[in-house]
Design a protein around this ligand. Structure first.
Ligand code: G6P
Length: 611
């Protein structure tokens, strides 16, 4: 996730900015940059790569400045290269801006400004904002007012910091959906995306609220709303240490990432749902729409958790877009001489975009003439570059080795693809499409509701954490959820766990069931609910401990199961977005009770770049 830091005071700004950026490195990033005000000019240094590289560069270009801004970028719009790195400067070279978040209506703003003759230098959404501020600045000559006017036209999320060579004693910061904190010290002020960047200078902070804009000068600060009204704010004292700040106050990155999901799920669909038309728009697929709509077959290829997302995709796309889908482990696909034609579309799913087997599978598919698409989280990654087209999931960097928020964001993208293809191929009606769009938009709140059950789930974990084996059962859309739930548990707690289609249990795993075996059954109220109840009866008859994930008020299952976790209802194909949440929390809490290294489980790697 991008990081930002800004400084105004009487000390040399560059080392403060560079050190701040180093403290933000843990968030993950692909490029870094700083802008300072020096002799009436804006000076910018930025480049793809690490903060250390930026530091080397800055040693060759020493600045003398006491006000500046710095940024670590995690690419969302445009490749991670020198040009797209922040800060971005307007066409007059007067204003520099850094931005965390996504400007949803950036292309409309950009088109309008380009028509007025403004030349853009980057592929980013952020440049639209700095150019827009600049057009207002021409008229008002007042930076704060221009930022406010521009922000009123912007849809999306932002945490920004802005400086201008015409007002060298000022730093403006504003927030909507991306955290921002002000740091207060004697005669010097800071802004940062999280307190770890500034905590070694000051522990006195103000956490800005959404819709706040702050003006910092060497003489003080002022916080208002974007609508120019005064706001109440309180100065707080930071008492926690840097490690706690980095993890957002959570004990582990995995837990933080689980709790980020209402936000990351929203980010994956941001700007992509056309509610009135009951469909979705995936800009990255523009050039391959006809190949997709006319595909004879879709083959999804991936590894690990991404492969599980692919399995859910198979169910969705077959049911609603009526295109035959196969899902293959990339490691198998690449070596088994698959039959592929130009009428086939291959979709590679990968969080990192660097998994060696998935990369090899797409190369194989390209050689055989298929249209190859990617669903990746990391912008500019190898898979993103080597596929013909694709969609980014926008989940932000995932640090915990066991994937959580990347999985749900992959499901969102697959749902959007299903909605889009189902509508254009005529298998989803306008009314149904609108209902699906509404349901998708309600998922973040429903996830939030489930996250509130974390304590309840921890209590369950306490009761079963000494088990040696566990079984996860689900049917239909929740068969892949069962696989993913089991994978989460084995990855981080080292308990042997298996996921199975519930009905298939009687062909083997039932032999393992006794009073020591926790059996997690995913049983929302769908069209195979009755059948899942029969499977639960079979487990009970063998004294298995049933833990059921159900919809509200499911009295039948409540009577049968030892432990019940309720999740809100939704339409069938979106169900895994909800049912996986308690399973992530369960695996996490069990691993903590077993004293395991949650974020870096033994023998596992975040990105597997070898075969
Ligand atoms: C590793 C990770 C998993 C991940 C898998 C595929 O095994 O530990 O969490 O699901 O690789 O990675 P990808 O980046 O291609 O999604």
């Amino acid at each position: 996730m991008c990081g930002l830091v800004g400084y105004i005071g009487d000390r040399e700004a560059t080392p403060i900015l560079l050190n701040g950026l180093k403290r933000l490195e843990y968030r993950g990033y692909d490029s870094a940059g700083i802008a300072v005000l020096q002799n009436g000019n804006i000076d910018v240094l930025k480049r793809a790569g690490k903060v250390n590289d930026l530091e080397t560069l800055s040693a060759l270009h020493p600045f003398a400045s006491t006000v500046g801004i710095g940024h670590t970028r995690w690419a969302t719009h445009g490749e991670p290269n020198d040009q797209n790195a922040h800060p971005h400067v307007d066409h007059t070279g007067t204003i520099a801006l850094i931005h965390n978040g996504i400007i949803e209506n950036y292309s409309a703003i950009r088109r309008r400004l380009e028509r007025d003759g403004i030349e853009f230098k980057t592929d980013t959404d952020t440049e639209s904002l700095v150019q827009l501020i600049s057009t207002f600045y021409d008229i008002t000559g007042n930076l704060e007012q221009s930022v406010r006017l521009a922000l009123k036209e912007v849809d999306g999320t932002y945490g920004i910091a802005v400086i201008s060579s015409r007002e060298p004693g000022k730093l403006i910061a504003a927030r909507m959906g991306s955290p921002l904190v002000l740091g207060i010290n004697d005669g010097e002020y800071f802004v940062a995306s999280d307190a770890s960047a500034i905590v070694h200078h000051t522990r006195q902070v103000i956490f800005l609220e959404d819709g706040n804009i702050a003006t910092l000068t060497r003489d003080g600060y002022e916080v208002k709303t974007i609508g120019d009204e005064a706001v109440e704010h309180k100065i707080e004292q930071i008492t926690f240490d840097i490690e706690q700040i980095e993890k957002g106050g959570y004990d582990h990155f995995m837990l933080k990432e689980i709790h980020e999901q209402p936000q990351t799920i929203m980010d994956s669909m941001r700007g992509r749902i056309l509610k009135d038309k009951g469909t979705a728009k995936l800009g990255g697929l523009r050039d391959v729409v006809s190949a997709l709509e006319g595909a004879r077959r879709i083959i999804i290829t991936a590894c690990g958790t991404s492969w599980h997302a692919g399995l859910v995709g198979e169910y969705m796309l077959e049911q609603y877009a009526r295109i035959p889908v196969e899902v293959e482990y990339a490691s198998e696909f690449r070596y088994r001489s698959p039959v592929l034609t130009e009428n086939d579309v291959v979709i590679a799913i990968s969080q990192s975009g660097e998994t060696a087997d998935t990369l090899a599978a797409i190369r194989e598919a390209k050689l055989r003439g298929a249209t190859v698409l990617g669903i990746c989280n990391v912008v500019g990654s190898s898979i993103a570059r080597e596929t013909h087209a694709g969609v980014y999931t926008h989940a932000g960097p995932e640090i915990g080795v066991a994937s959580t928020k990347a999985f749900t964001s992959q499901l969102v993208v697959l749902s959007l693809l299903t909605l889009m293809l189902g509508r254009t191929r005529g298998f989803i009606s306008l009314d149904e499409g609108r209902k699906f769009a509404d349901e998708l938009l309600s998922i973040p709140d429903k996830v939030r509701e489930i996250l509130e059950k974390a304590d309840e789930i921890r209590e369950l974990a306490r009761q079963i954490h000494t088990a040696n084996n566990a079984l996860y059962l689900g049917r239909g859309y929740n068969f892949p959820t069962a696989l993913e739930g089991a994978l989460k548990l084995k990855e981080i707690s080292y308990i042997h766990a298996e996921g199975y289609p519930a009905a298939e249990m009687k062909h083997g795993p039932i032999a393992l069931i006794d009073e020591n075996m926790p059996v997690v059954v995913i049983a929302p109220q769908d069209r195979i609910h009755e059948k899942v109840i029969s499977n639960i009866q079979e487990v009970r008859a063998r004294k298995g401990k049933v833990i059921a994930i159900v919809n509200r008020d499911d009295s039948t299952i409540e009577e049968l199961a030892q432990f019940v976790i309720e999740v809100p209802t939704t339409v069938d194909f979106l169900s895994p977005l909800l049912t996986i949440i308690p399973l992530q929390l369960l695996a996490y809490s069990i691993a903590v009770f077993r004293d395991c290294n949650v974020d870096q489980p033994r023998n596992l790697a975040k990105s597997v770049t070898v075969e």
